[in-house]
Design a binder for this molecule. Structure first.
Ligand code: F6R
Length: 612
């Protein structure tokens, strides 16, 4: 997804912008560009491909300027090309800007501007903004021109703009697309993502929607769209540079898979590790202010996308079985256009690692409009979903750099399990049951460590199946969503076809695909649906299909049916997804690496999907 970095200070700007762009690379992009002001002149350089291409284009040219903006683009309007890359300029070459988001009424605005003789170079919606500002800048100063232009715009934006006529400043603005201002010593860094700021400063300000900031080397002023100054809190960024590095692993993805025991431990700390009372209630500070409201909740709808959606599906099983609350899970992209029946006894839970996913955010806004209580299970602190929901719990996953989600998944499951305990205890769940879940949760990091030790064995199995072009992933009940997640993981990073199905559904269609070249992966721990999974396995076996089973340690029967078995330890049925997903993440990782792909940056994918 697109990334923004801007700098104003005393240092040479180009190396800082390039470094910032590199930090943003993990978000996924297809071209990059920068504009710098030097001696009242603006130089713009763009390149399709990686930031290294841009660096090559710049070559040994020495830019003396210390104000500039830069961008990584992930194409939405118009293919990846130099023309379509940011920064975009106006007719006179005075105004240059970088933009994240989408201008919905750009066609309309383009026609008006064309009548006024503006010439457009790109196919993008973003270029309109430069021309619109130019139009107002004929009479108004830079900031007022930006404000007036933004009043005409419908859509989302995170913007950083420079202007040759007022060359000592950067103006930034936000509406629906994240933007952060980093406050350093004699310097300011603007970025769409904290990872581009962390090496400069830990003092940051999160801009809110409808806010605009004027930044010079001497300071900054933030105002709202009506040009009224707003005072903002300075937050402390607690991500270290080390956290953004690979830590000795070949890929971020592998590092993040191996971090799972630790991040779950972080999520447990202070929440169930030390019970304050005999109630066996998890301590969830973010839900405390709405505890009374939660008692009245009669229905839950979980909205999310991708992997977060699958954790929501596991949550559905947990919440219905243990908290007794009717729960539905819906793709956020569908929910936002449905006419859901909501009222003040409905809670909408948004699950999102990034906290910026456009569809999930839109779903939450829709639910809020209809009077429902909105709750967030979000990783990124200060992200839009975290701020716009009425209450919530952070997953405490730390930065997830690998584009394919891994460690964010069990931490989402953990929050869902803690919420189930809390909501359950408000209703019918016994003290004993809550204690049982909490005791077993505390054991999960240790159980995952055991599975991670089998990574070599899993690598071997992945290599054995390297010629497979298709996989069927199946599971039942709590492990049906894990089948979906396993299939998604291998699709994303290995580009092979995979389907996830409930085991019972297999015979209603997908079994037609099965032959000796189409392996099936069965997630079949010894749980309440074990026998049902075994029947499914027999059906596959009878058709000559190969089987890889994720089974409970000590299950010898499985060896009669499966060609390969990866054993996982026993735990409570509702917690099996925490551990059954681990071998599937590793399997997908080793499979993708063996195929020679860049598993951290799969093609066509972006880490944070901030467009619809
Ligand atoms: C899968 C993946 C995506 C995300 C989805 C939601 O590996 O990374 O499917 O899970 O885009 O993103 P968040 O959780 O940031 O809302």
């Amino acid at each position: 997804m697109c990334g923004i970095i801007g700098y104003i200070g005393k240092q040479k700007v180009v190396p800082i912008l390039l470094e910032g762009l590199k930090q943003l690379e993990y978000r996924g992009y297809d071209s990059a560009g920068l504009s710098v002001i030097n001696n009242g002149k603006i130089t713009t350089i763009k390149a399709v491909g990686k930031v290294a291409e841009l660096q090559n284009k710049i070559g040994s040219r020495d830019f003396l300027g210390n104000i500039g903006i830069a961008h990584t683009r992930w194409a939405t309007h118009g293919k990846p090309s130099d023309k379509n890359s940011h920064p975009h300029g106006d007719c006179e070459g005075n105004i240059f800007l970088v933009h994240n988001g989408i201008i919905e009424n750009y066609q309309e605005l383009k026609k008006i501007l064309q009548k006024k003789k503006h010439k457009f170079i790109s196919e993008t919606d973003s270029e309109i903004l430069a021309h619109l500002i130019e139009e107002f800048n004929k009479k108004l100063d830079f900031k007022k021109s930006v404000l007036e232009a933004l009043k005409l715009v419908r859509g989302t934006y995170g913007l950083a703009i420079i202007n040759k006529k007022e060359p000592e400043k950067i103006i930034i603005a936000r509406n629906g697309s994240p933007l952060i201002l980093g406050i350093g010593k004699d310097e300011f860094i603007v970025a769409s993502d904290a990872s581009a700021i962390v090496r400069h400063t830990d003092k940051i300000i999160y801009l809110d929607d409808g806010e605009i900031a004027e930044i010079t080397s001497g300071g900054f002023e933030i105002s709202n769209i009506k040009n009224k100054i707003v005072s903002k809190e300075i937050s402390k960024l607690d991500w270290t540079i080390e956290e953004s590095k690979k830590g000795g692993f070949d890929h971020f993805m592998l590092k993040e898979i191996f971090e799972q025991p630790e991040v779950i431990q972080n999520g447990l700390r202070g929440r169930i590790e030390h019970f304050l009372s005999e109630d066996n209630l998890p301590i969830l500070g973010g839900l405390r202010p709405i505890e009374k409201k939660l008692r009245k909740i009669k229905k839950i709808i979980i909205v999310a996308c991708g992997t977060s959606y699958y954790s929501g599906l596991v949550g559905e099983y947990m919440l219905e079985e243990y908290a007794g609350i009717p729960t539905e899970v819906e793709y956020a992209s569908e929910f936002r256009y449905r006419k859901p029946i909501l009222n003040d006894t409905t809670a909408i839970i948004a699950i999102s690692q990034s906290g910026e996913t456009a569809d999930t955010l839109a779903a939450i806004r829709e639910a809020k409009n209809k009077g429902a209580l909105t709750l967030g299970i979000v990783n990124v602190v200060g992200s839009t979903i975290a701020r716009e929901t009425d209450a919530g719990t952070h997953t405490l996953t730390g930065p997830e750099i690998g584009v394919a989600a891994t460690k964010s998944f069990p931490t989402q499951l953990l929050v869902l399990a803690l919420w189930t305990m809390m909501l359950g205890r408000q209703r019918e769940m016994s003290n004993v049951m809550s204690k049982r879940i909490s005791e077993e949760l505390k054991n999960i990091p240790h159980l995952i460590e055991g599975i991670l030790k089998k990574s070599k064995e899993i690598k071997k199995i992945a290599k054995k199946y390297i010629s497979a072009k298709d996989f069927l992933y199946v599971g039942r009940k709590y492990n049906f969503p894990i089948a979906l997640e396993g299939a998604l993981k291998i699709k994303e990073i290995s580009y092979v076809h995979a389907e996830g199905y409930p085991t019972g559904e297999m015979k209603h269609g997908p079994i037609a695909l099965i032959d000796s070249n189409f392996p099936s992966i069965f997630i079949c721990p010894k749980d309440s649906v074990y026998e049902k999974n075994i029947s499914g396995m027999q059906e596959i076996k009878a058709r000559g299909g190969k089987i890889i089973a994720i089974a409970t340690e000590g299950d010898k029967e499985i060896l009669k049916l499966a060609d390969d078995v990866i054993y996982i330890p026993k735990t409570l049925e509702m917690l099996t997804p925490f551990i059954s997903v681990i071998p599937l993440q590793l399997f997908a990782y080793y499979f993708g690496v063996a195929k020679g792909y860049d598993v951290d940056k799969p093609r066509n994918l972006a880490k944070s999907v901030t467009v619809e």
